[in-house]
Design a protein around this ligand. Structure first.
Ligand code: DO4
Ligand code: MG
Length: 275
């Protein structure tokens, strides 16, 4: 079952059939522990409707905060150590990769987040910008993983590499986050063989492709959630990005007009142009 937020309201997709629902409000729905049950009750006895136009889709976020985990893949550890070695920051990434406590940071709010079809941004004062394709968890107010979406943790690597203390500036700015296209509603963990893939097109030509499987994810998603909820409350639930395992070569930087496509079956494809 998948849940979409569209300009015309919420849409539930079940086994290829689409149902428009009024719902009690997005935030109330996303806060629930039994999201699947709540949505099943909402579509019970309803006629299915025609699907929707992709142009109608909105980011699946209301008042939830978006948080992110970092250095959860070996590839990310190596890339951060390399980018920060001149600043003396390299060993921090190595240490956090193997530490019990994960790296968790605040990433975004709805106002900084775009949905599929929206435009992500690179910072005006950055010279080295990349997308970070990440499996993103939907977590209920009580700390239960109730669904999955696709996230793009847009990052300014030159700013992050200059000094690890600049991380919030490298990560949190207008248009620095994309989520979508919708939420795969499931309490079951995704199979470890699930792949995250990315394609970056420049003027219609493929500039970069990459792929990683969840087998490479070092941290258990439930443990990441457990750390996030320590002494923290999320009354509307929250989103938690699980980190990137795909890092383009150091010679690559995003440019205005690039098209970023991130796919995780069976969630879908998140597609954004760079403003
Ligand atoms: O530690 C810096 C950020 C790491 C990150 O965003 C990632 O690994 O995905
Ligand atoms: Mg990231």
């Amino acid at each position: 079952m998948r849940l979409f937020r569209t300009k015309a309201g919420f849409v539930v997709e079940r086994k290829g059939w689409y149902f428009s629902v009024d719902g009690e409000g997005w935030d109330l729905l996303l806060a629930q522990d039994d999201l699947r049950g709540a949505l099943s009750a909402l579509i019970e006895g309803r006629e299915s409707s025609a699907g929707f136009d992709a142009a109608e889709l909105l980011a699946p976020i209301g008042r939830q905060e978006v948080w992110a985990a970092g250095v959860t893949y070996y590839r990310s550890r190596g890339a951060r150590m390399e980018e920060s070695k001149d600043a003396g920051g390299g060993s921090f990434y190595d240490r956090v990769y193997s530490a019990e406590r994960p790296e968790l940071f605040f990433k975004s709010t709805a106002s900084r987040t775009v949905g599929t079809g929206g435009k992500v941004r690179i910072r005006g004062d950055a010279t080295w910008s990349v997308p970070e394709p990440e499996l993103t968890l939907l977590v209920s107010a009580a700390g239960r993983i109730t669904g999955y979406t696709i996230g793009n943790d847009m990052s300014s690597r030159d700013i992050e590499g200059e000094n690890p203390l600049y991380l919030p500036q490298a990560k949190v700015y207008s248009g620095s986050c994309a989520l979508g296209p919708g939420i795969l509603v499931s309490e079951e963990p995704l199979p470890a063989s699930t792949e995250i893939s990315i394609e970056i097109l420049r003027q219609g030509r493929v500039e970069f492709v990459g792929k990683v499987a969840l087998t490479e994810l070092k941290r258990d998603p439930q443990t990441l959630v457990e750390y996030l909820f320590r002494d923290n409350e999320f009354p509307q639930g929250c989103f938690l990005m699980t980190g990137t395992g795909i890092v383009p070569p150091s010679t690559f930087t995003l440019a205005s007009g690039d098209l970023i496509r991130i796919t995780i079956e069976p969630i879908g494809t998140l597609e954004n142009e760079v403003a």
